[in-house]
Write a protein of this length. Structure first.
Length: 424
């Protein structure tokens, strides 16, 4: 299967950048999810690779073939890129049987005999487990079965790459879970490269070999799911991935001689943050300054191009949420001594004694786990307790932070500094 390479791909309308100078390599046989909020540019990216949207500038290669190059004037049409596209709506012909829907595209290709078409239809129908429905019409099928027909129709011409644009969004929660499992199995069975667009971070986490997380047209992180979850590049990534959402806590302080960070958190409480892997803040800030200077130089060079247009939808440091009982948080200009601590709910441990005393603000048991919100002064922290545990609202409890899974971010830039343990 081919590797897909995007080099400096941009798509803009006027001064609105839907995709902003994107560099991306999708490896052979991978399952890549393009993830992000509505309007971030993920569907536009998918459509440009498929040939359904023309980039403003850049270069796209599928395998050894250049399918788009703005400098050389190359733009291979979608029907010659050997890709399959699965849309959000099933787009099945209601007056055709399942068999006819699957074979429709093969007949249009005019390179298969009737017997070959029949063999292909039977094979792909078996792969997606709908061989018993070939004589039925779409109206006689459930939503999940219709989705399987659409998948079989996409697989039939044997595309080198399969693109999917939120194909499960019309299904109910239970069926989405089942279809995620089927898509994962289908990826292994077919050995194809899958590129999948979704705004559902659960779909991205469970399906992908790599997640491509985009915001405001800019690539935020491109890594395996667990790396994105455990070591997010910045505050936006940390907030977008994870359910329940990550806890953010404002912190202020500086690094001690032993390498720990001496901080004030949760309304003035003394805390120590110990890095899992040593970080010298002076060196980290110098590296960040160099990276900012390099990016500024690249942007200055781009500005010299005759077709350059200043980006109207400016990039900003993510305005991270802090959960408060009463919103008394004052917005102040951050300094180099301002930080943000990120705590995943499973990293908040509820204990009988020690740690920080708090009060149960809410408790939501689901059977397998209980989501607990703990009030500490005016602050709210969310924790997850596994098992059938219940808590009485208003009762006093103690919490502490588990070792080596806490994140420390720069409030100035929003970037991850490192992970470690937090003692309060």
């Amino acid at each position: 299967m081919p590797k897909i390479t995007l080099t400096d791909i941009t798509k803009r309308w006027g001064d609105f950048y839907a995709v902003d100078h994107l560099d991306l390599v999708i490896e052979d046989c991978s399952f890549v999810t393009l993830l992000g909020p509505s309007g971030c540019g993920k569907t536009t990216t998918l459509r440009m690779i498929a040939g359904l949207e023309t980039p403003t500038s850049g270069r796209i290669e599928i395998g050894d073939t250049v399918v788009f190059d703005s400098e050389r004037g190359i733009n291979v049409p979608a029907n010659k890129r050997h890709v399959g596209f699965l849309f959000q709506n099933y787009a099945l012909w209601p007056n055709m049987t399942v068999y006819q829907n699957i074979s429709f595209g093969l007949k249009n290709l005019k390179k298969y005999t009737k017997q070959e078409i029949d063999e292909i239809v039977q094979r792909v129908a078996k792969v997606v487990k709908i061989e018993m429905f070939l004589d039925r019409y779409p109206s006689e099928l459930s939503g999940g079965q219709q989705q399987r027909v659409a998948i079989a129709r996409t697989l039939a011409p044997e595309p080198e790459v399969i693109f999917m644009d939120e194909p499960l969004s019309n299904l109910d929660a239970k069926l989405r879970l089942e279809m995620r499992s089927e898509l994962q199995r289908l990826h292994l069975t077919t050995g194809r490269t899958f590129v999948y667009v979704t705004h559902d971070q659960m779909e991205a986490m469970t399906l992908a070999t790599k997640i491509c997380l985009i915001e405001n047209g800019v690539l935020q992180q491109y890594d395996p799911p667990l790396t994105v979850y455990e070591k997010p590049n910045n505050l936006f990534v940390a907030d977008f991935v994870g359910s329940p959402s990550i806890n953010f806590v404002d912190a202020e302080g500086k690094q001690a001689e032993d390498g720990t960070m001496e901080l004030k958190v949760l309304g003035g409480k003394n805390a120590k943050f110990r890095f899992t892997e040593p970080v010298k803040m002076t060196e980290w800030r110098q590296a960040e300054t160099r990276a900012d200077e390099e990016l500024a130089a690249v942007r200055a060079e781009r500005a010299k191009h005759k077709d350059h247009v200043e980006k109207g939808n400016k990039d900003k440091v993510f305005d991270y949420p802090v959960a408060l009982v009463e919103d008394t948080r004052e917005k102040t200009e951050p300094t180099s001594e301002n930080y943000v601590i990120g705590v995943r709910p499973e990293m908040l441990e509820i204990c009988e004694e020690g740690g920080i005393e708090g009060e149960v603000y809410s408790a939501m048991p689901t059977g397998m786990e209980t989501t607990v919100r703990v009030r500490i002064g005016n602050f709210l922290l969310t924790g997850v307790v596994f098992g059938g545990v219940t808590y009485e609202i208003g009762s006093k409890i103690h919490v502490r932070f588990r070792d080596n899974g806490i994140m420390l971010f720069s409030r100035l830039s929003g970037k991850l500094i490192g992970t470690g343990g937090l003692e309060v």
